[in-house]
Ligand binder design. Sequence first.
Ligand code: AMP
Ligand code: ZN
Length: 727
Amino acid sequence: TQFCSCDANRETAEQTSHSVLLVFAKEDSQNNGFCWACEKANFRCNVARTPEAALECFKEKHHDLVIIDHRHSRYFDAESLCREVLLIYFYLNGFVDLFGVCCCRPDREEASVMPLIKSGFNRRYVENANMMACYNELLQLERGEVLAQFKLRACNAIFTALEQSQEAIEITNEDQVIQYVNPAYESIMGYQQGELIGKEITEVPKSEKNKPDLLETINSCIRKGKEWQGIYYAKKKNGDSVQQNVKITPVIGQGGKHKDRRKGSLDVRSTTSRGSDGSSQRRHSSMARIHSMTIEAPITKVINIINAAQESSPMPVAEALDRVLEILRTTELYSPQLGTKEEDPHTNDLVGGLMTDGLRRLSGNEYIFAAKQPHLPSHLAMPLSLNDIPPHVAQTMENEDSWDFDIFNLETACLKRPLTYLGLKIFSRFGVCEFLSCPEATLRSWLQGIEANYHSTNSYHNSSHAADVLHATAYFLCKERVKQSLEQIDEVAALIAATVHDVDHPGRTNSFLCNAGSELAILYNDTAVLESHHAALAFQITTRDDKCNIFRNMERNEYRTLRQAIIDMVLATEMTKHFEHVNKFVNSINKPLAALEENGSVKGILTSPDNRILVKRMLIKCADISNPCRPLELCIEWAGRISEEYFAQTDEEKRQSLPVVMPVFDRNTCSIPKSQISFIDYFITDMFDAWDAFADLPNLMQHLDNNFKYWKGLDERKLHSLRPPPE
Ligand code: AMP
Ligand code: ZN
């Protein structure tokens, strides 16, 4: 239904074309003064010489302002004319709020205005033919009363809407005295307006079907300035209970900005009913909520600020803000929108493969997951000691604090069990056992237990990858900015998270597991399946057996904090959240740091609990996919391993007639250089730019640049392989 509320818009639309009726029996200087003033103020003006002509003209034009000459009673009776004009006005508009000015003689100035007010004049103008005086009077009327009159008319339009609404609406004042009910309310509840208005709502009989504490719940909600919505049994006049879906909204009026301030506020409750019968069918109700202070979430705050700014913005800005709001209302705020299919297929596949999970799941083909019970390493009974590390293994770890450390040497030297050895060395360098109050033997058993649950048959996601991520993590933890930001508990959490972050990885992506309807995908509802599993399994392995429970001696609260940090970091490695983590880091840390001059307040940004979480997430993410920033030979080896793992997945998808998640990773057709260029372009460059800006990593950036050029070189030669063919 559209209600005619043109008056509501007149304030702006017709601001310069108000209409005035001058009723003056004779043309004289006063009459001319007002005519001139109307012209100057750009008001449309009619002049009538007799009451009859005035009424005729008013009936046609119904002016905003009527000025009647009251100086010469011998010509006509100004007061009765005013009454008649008002009457017409009433018939035309249904209410009386016309603005009438009476023009009187100076000798009447002292007389009471009461008779004039009674006949409907709102204002007395003492004779003054000076044209500027007339003009000033018109301007003041326009800015004050006439404007107010338009607002009143707008109100009237709103009340018309209320009257026509099919929803039952009740308005009370702040003392819960009923001020208004609309006809829909009357017909649904069986009351007449007159029986309710002026009554407190507590005086109206209530249904016994409501829970006893419901009213108190509602009241306390309203007292806090919050809307209440829910099912309520209302009692009709005939005693029947009607179940209604009710919304109650506190309306804070002018001056009532603070939600606890009750003066000047109204409570509006509306129970809408679509049916007109009184049956106990479920009623629906709704009501406009007008509030200024109850803001639930930061995004609501942002949207409210933009809404408010829109009101005073020029059209193009308001329209731009509309588009901003549209974007803000989506949930995927941090995921770049990848264009259509003609974009690079490698990027498409990587994004499809790494950034989506279960929504394309197929039923039927069960992917048989690794052993249900975590592995126990066969050599757990005889834990290794740091002293037992064979010299040739120890030798490969001598430069483990350098970025150029070669993990593959260690892998070969220790027969594919690099995590335990490197873990022992790095954990001892960071004093992890001391922090956890845990014997070194427990740490050794733990490392062996975790490593045993990495699949050595995966070409990429095996314990060497975990050792590599642990190495990168330790390297980043030594950077000055990172040290300033994190505390020891954060460092310990980061080292443990890196160690466990891919434990029991099946060598398949989340999308694959979801498509295959694997047990894990079912368990974790197709959401962050692998990352949830890595974190959960890590704690199972750790706490299942005292011999490897590195947390056993921790104080409860400290354990909880540490556990939470580890879980958060492992979950942060999930690639669907890649852009969210990177963008939050840039917005909350890099940008504020860049905005600051070099002074002490840097510390505040670095060490706030929220920002420490963002630093830790970024740290483990960068460590996890730092292989494109390693020295070229290492980078090439990692690229070969991840490609092989993807190829194996594609092979299996084809074998099992599952959807092929990343078709470009087909061993018969794939260009590895192209896939690496896309991976670097899409995921790596921005993230490492941001991480470098924070942690200062020129050597990594140099490697990244070299490696990128290497892949570009191969691609320009149209080579698909990891290396150029021998000369
Ligand atoms: P994670 O499984 O925790 O190691 O997460 C990192 C993601 O990035 C994995 O899905 C990897 O498959 C992917 N990834 C890492 N390095 C590369 C690379 N060089 N090329 C393509 N994808 C990679
Ligand atoms: Zn990983």
